[in-house]
Design a protein around this ligand. Structure first.
Ligand code: PLP
Length: 389
């Protein structure tokens, strides 16, 4: 059996999305900036896609700008905010995606800003008291906290953080790459200035995403060129990508509840089997609480093959990951797991992540494979682990 349980890394393209993209590629080749009929046709399609996305998010189409994906959107929000608003301090967390962490690090290393991380609570949730204390110390700073964590699935109370940012006159950017199209996002109810999205996380194409820029904030472009995207992002538009993004967005939004229930059931089933059939299994993040239904981060029992677990799974047809920073299939290097302060000594940390195409039978197959690994290694000790910090 082949099982693809790495959907937080990327999802397979929906066939309806592919159809939409092929149709655009075949019949609409005009440059949206051209004034002739070919250009006007593709321009109209791009604007329709923008309107569709804005509608679902309760935003204005003028607040949506297409980018090459989540990384560019995160970079744009952070770098342009610092440049345009003279930000002196950035508050984020050690659990952010590298698109955020490395953007901040680059600004710090060039002496443009200082930066701090908020403290973490149990299971790696953001400590809002600490955030408020930091905001008191650094009013008017930029706060960058992701809505849902790509490795451990924790969900941020984004409305509460938005309120705190408002109280201390801070600018709020949230990386919504993992929550977009999985949770309803109503931008009128969130005091957020920037969010980032990426189509390939919800069965759209790779290399296309968008940034939402709250109409109250004006920033200058990160990428300079022609006057595309209303002078906010130079470069000829990826028309097929934008149409694919819009189609994937529409499908995901229309079926959100049913897909959520489907994936949550797989996650619950897999967690239950892991806990009851493999002694010593623990989870990273708030797996049973406020957590993405797409992500299951598990710390398996100790084994001699702890560095080879992903490869062994792969040999058995199972694609999973160790998070965003794995090296050679081992679980060494996840900054998120390191930030949780857990002792993972000789214990494989695996992130299984699901999509609408995943099945319970696939979870059962993974379970059988994992059990066979441990059955073949009877000496494998199961250690008592300390609770997550
Ligand atoms: N932010 C998060 C939370 C992600 O999971 C990812 C993708 O791995 C990104 C940003 C980057 O998105 P993209 O691959 O579109 O550049």
């Amino acid at each position: 059996m082949n099982v693809y349980f790495d959907n937080a890394a990327t999802t397979p393209l929906d066939s309806e999305v592919l159809k939409e993209m092929v149709s655009v590629l075949e019949s609409k080749h005009g440059n949206p900036s051209s004034i002739h009929s070919y250009g006007r046709q593709t321009k109209a399609l791009v604007e329709k896609a923008r309107k569709t996305i804005a509608g679902y998010l309760n935003a204005s189409p003028s607040e949506i700008f297409f980018t090459s994906g989540g990384t560019e959107a995160d970079n744009m929000a952070i770098i342009c905010t610092v440049v345009d608003f003279g930000i002196k301090h950035i508050i984020s967390s050690p659990l952010e995606h590298h698109a955020v962490l490395h953007s901040i690090e680059s600004l710090v290393s060039r002496g443009k800003v200082t930066a701090s991380h908020v403290a973490l609570k149990e299971y790696g949730h953001i400590d809002l008291e600490d955030l408020e204390n930091q905001l008191k110390k650094h009013p008017g700073s930029l706060v960058s906290l992701m809505h849902a964590n790509n490795e451990i699935g924790n969900i941020l109370p984004i409305e509460e953080v938005g309120e705190l940012c408002k109280k201390y006159n801070a600018i709020f950017h949230s990386d919504t790459v993992q929550s977009m199209c999985h949770y309803p996002i109503d931008l009128q109810k969130m005091n957020v200035d920037f969010i980032a999205a990426s189509a390939h996380k919800f069965h759209g194409p790779k290399g296309i995403g968008f940034i939402y820029v709250n109409g109250k904030r004006r920033i200058s472009p990160l990428i300079h060129g022609g006057g595309q995207e209303r002078n906010m992002r130079g470069g000829t538009e990826n028309v097929a990508g934008i149409l694919g993004l819009s189609k994937a967005f529409e499908i995901a939004q229309t079926h959100m509840k049913e897909h959520a229930e489907h994936m949550q059931a797989i996650k619950n089933h897999f967690m239950k089997r892991l806990e009851t059939e493999l002694k010593g299994v623990e989870f990273n993040g708030d797996m049973k609480g406020n957590s993405l239904y797409t992500v299951l981060n598990v710390m398996l029992p100790e084994t001699d093959d702890y560095e080879m677990m992903l490869m062994k799974l792969d040999i058995n047809g199972i694609a999973a990951s160790a998070g965003s920073a794995c090296s050679s299939g081992s679980n060494v290097g996840s900054h998120v797991i390191a930030a949780l302060g857990r002792n993972i000594d000789r214990r494989p940390v695996i992130r299984f992540s699901f999509s609408k195409y995943s099945t319970i039978a696939e979870a059962d197959y993974c379970m059988d494979v994992l059990k066979s690994f441990y059955a073949a290694e009877p000496k494998a000790a199961v250690k008592e682990m300390s609770a997550a910090k």
